[in-house]
Design a protein. Structure first.
Length: 123
C-alpha cells in the first residue's frame, strides 16, 4: 500500500500490468467505494508462487479435496454463528470458494453490509 498526496492516482479503480512491471495490478479502493478525500491510497499486487504450508493461494483451486475443505469451513462458520453473540461473515474468493473479480467481491461486501444495516441506500 502506498499513500499519495493527490485526490486520485489512477484513471480507473483497477489497472492491470500483466507484463510491463514486477507488479500485476494496482487498485485504488476509494474509487470502488466512492470515498471523497484529498489523498489516496493504492495497493500494488505482486504475484508469487503458491507453496503449500508456506503461504496462502490467492484463488480457490478447484479440486474435490478443496471443495470438502470449503464445506467443512462453511459448516464451522455456521456453527460459530449459532453459538456466538457476534455474527461472522466470510466473504471473498477463498471464503466462498468462488472466483471473484475485485469489483465483484467489493460489491458483494457492500451488499452484505447493506443487509446488515437494514437495506440502507447510503453507506
Amino acid at each position: 500500500m502506498k499513500l499519495y498526496n493527490v485526490e486520485y492516482f489512477l484513471d480507473a479503480a483497477v489497472e492491470n500490468y500483466p507484463n510491463e512491471y514486477d507488479f500485476t495490478r494496482i487498485t485504488e479502493f476509494k474509487r470502488l467505494t466512492f470515498q471523497k478525500h484529498p489523498k489516496t491510497t493504492v495497493a500494488y499486487e505482486y504475484p508469487r508462487k503458491y507453496i503449500p504450508s508456506k503461504n496462502e493461494p490467492y484463488y480457490p483451486i478447484p479440486r474435490k479435496e478443496n471443495l470438502r475443505r470449503y464445506q467443512l469451513y462453511n459448516e464451522r462458520a455456521r456453527l460459530l454463528n449459532n453459538k456466538s453473540k457476534t455474527r461472522f461473515i466470510f466473504i471473498g474468493r477463498l471464503a466462498e470458494y468462488k472466483y471473484y473479480t475485485m469489483s465483484d467481491v467489493i460489491q458483494r461486501a457492500l451488499d452484505e453490509f447493506k443487509k446488515l444495516m437494514g437495506g440502507a441506500n447510503k453507506i
